[in-house]
Design a protein around this ligand. Structure first.
Ligand code: FAD
Length: 411
């Protein structure tokens, strides 16, 4: 124990947040170490964007951008210090060519997440950041003017600590919630972690017949009793367990965090651009033009054919009825179901199948200008371990890089 190595900054977790903290603390000549359980840095990042890594989003940072996050306001100062533009320039300056795709999503030009990791690793090596890989931090002790970091292989001492251990999602990539335990030990409040950016399991059994069907341009709303807790436009995909696809992923965190409070209903609006009156006019016009069609064939104008059988069954309508025999009441039933198709949430998919974690270290106890703990001096936080999570589109990685930068320049 005589040869305990000492550092200015020890970073627990070498994901995107911890790696950026490492790059920028070492830029300031701080003797820096990163410890990670895995045999390489940024293991989860390799899986991002289906292996292509959607590393940020270039939409202008304004209120709308911040609204893509839970606790987006906490990021105002963070993004002011290190924005999406700064990130873009950082990677290009360091040799990684990027491209901006639909929805202003940014990817490496090579569409290979490995190139992002290689660039980050190159920066860490250039700055001589010491990497302790395949090593797990078991405990951190506060010795007043320094910290003792206990791993499964050694003890290190450090003046400052950055906790960048990620959340609980995809635990096989190393993020198993350890940072919450360390933070709690130092007196931090942890907002209960739950899965986000995940599919939602649905109670209705008929849904298994819709497996594989994708709906485009629909609106999905989630209600807890009569209170709307989330809403998204876009794509919904029916799966073997229920629903997924971008619109579902983006409200899954809202569903997860309210899940234990009561029954949650999902309402799909198949025709969000139309109101009742306009839809009724359209139906009447199309009925006139297709007088002799039977209902199940007529419905192909309104829904993907794979959905029609169950849709009509739930509406208690005869699929073989001629459309010119539909009563006004039956037309209204179709309209009501098209605009408010109801499903019941069974549960969100588990952490192992969710892309990010909602919840984590309470933002009220972190200084957003420095990422330092407001409770214990010289402890900093960065990345998904904090109670901030974003929608799909590169928002989560941007938050990780930016909070990592701020922790790095301050630790
Ligand atoms: C399949 C998938 C696809 C995704 N796609 C995108 C995308 O395209 N765009 C986007 O913006 N976001 C995406 N995300 C989310 C994004 O990957 C995460 O938000 C981000 O990786 C979090 O970074 P982090 O540094 O906070 O934590 P992590 O990347 O989870 O890194 C934390 C690190 O800490 C280490 N660690 C934890 N505890 C300890 C310990 N006790 N001792 C030592 N080491 C420890 C872990 O091994 C891990 O390497 C995706 C996530 C998944 C799962």
């Amino acid at each position: 124990m005589n040869n305990i190595e000492e550092f200015d900054v020890v970073i627990v977790g070498g994901g995107p947040a911890g790696s950026f903290a490492g790059i920028f603390s070492s830029e300031r000549k701080r003797k820096t170490a990163i410890i990670d359980k895995n045999n390489q840095i940024c293991k989860k990042l390799l899986l991002t964007g289906k292996g292509k890594c959607n590393l940020t989003n270039m939409n202008e940072i304004n209120d709308e951008y911040l609204s893509k996050y839970k606790n987006g306001k906490f990021l105002i100062n963070v993004f002011y210090q290190f924005s999406n533009q700064d990130l873009y320039e950082f990677f290009e300056k360091n040799g990684l060519k990027l491209k901006i795709d639909t929805g202003k999503r940014v990817y490496p030009e090579s569409e290979n997440a490995e190139d992002v990791v290689k660039t980050i690793r190159k920066m860490l090596d250039r700055n001589k950041v010491k990497l302790f890989l395949k090593e797990k931090v078991i405990d951190i002790e506060n010795l007043k003017d320094e910290f003792k970091v206990i791993t499964d292989k050694r003890i290190l001492k450090s003046k400052k600590i950055v906790i960048a251990t990620g959340g609980k999602s995809f635990p096989k990539t190393g993020s198993e919630g350890d940072g919450f335990i360390f933070a709690e030990k130092f007196g931090h409040k942890i907002i209960k972690p739950c899965p986000a950016l995940c599919g939602i399991e649905i109670k209705e059994k008929f849904l298994k017949n819709w497996q594989g069907i994708t709906l485009k341009n629909v609106k999905v709303s989630a209600f807890l009793s009569n209170k709307k807790i989330g809403e998204e436009f876009g794509e919904v995909l029916f799966t073997h367990y229920g629903v997924s696809g971008p619109a579902i992923l983006n409200i899954s965190g809202d569903i997860s965090e309210n899940f234990e409070k009561g029954e949650i209903k999902l309402i799909i609006n198949f025709k969000p651009a139309l109101n009742k009156e306009i839809l009724d006019k359209r139906l009447q016009k199309e009925i006139k033009e297709n007088q002799n069609k039977i209902l199940k064939n007529f419905m192909k104008n309104l829904l993907p054919s794979g959905l029609i059988y169950e849709f009509l069954l739930l509406a208690s309508l005869d699929p073989y009825k001629k459309v010119n025999q539909l009563t006004k009441q039956e037309r209204n039933i179709i309209i009501e179901k098209l605009l408010n198709f109801q499903l019941t949430v069974k549960k969100p998919r588990p952490f192992y199948d969710s892309m990010v974690t909602r919840g984590g270290i309470c933002v009220d106890e972190i200084n957003p200008k420095t990422m330092e703990s407001k409770i214990v001096n010289n402890i900093y936080f960065a990345g998904e371990v904090i109670d901030v999570d974003g929608k799909t589109g590169g928002y989560n990685l941007q938050m990780c890089f930016s909070t990592g930068y701020v922790a790095g320049i301050n630790a």
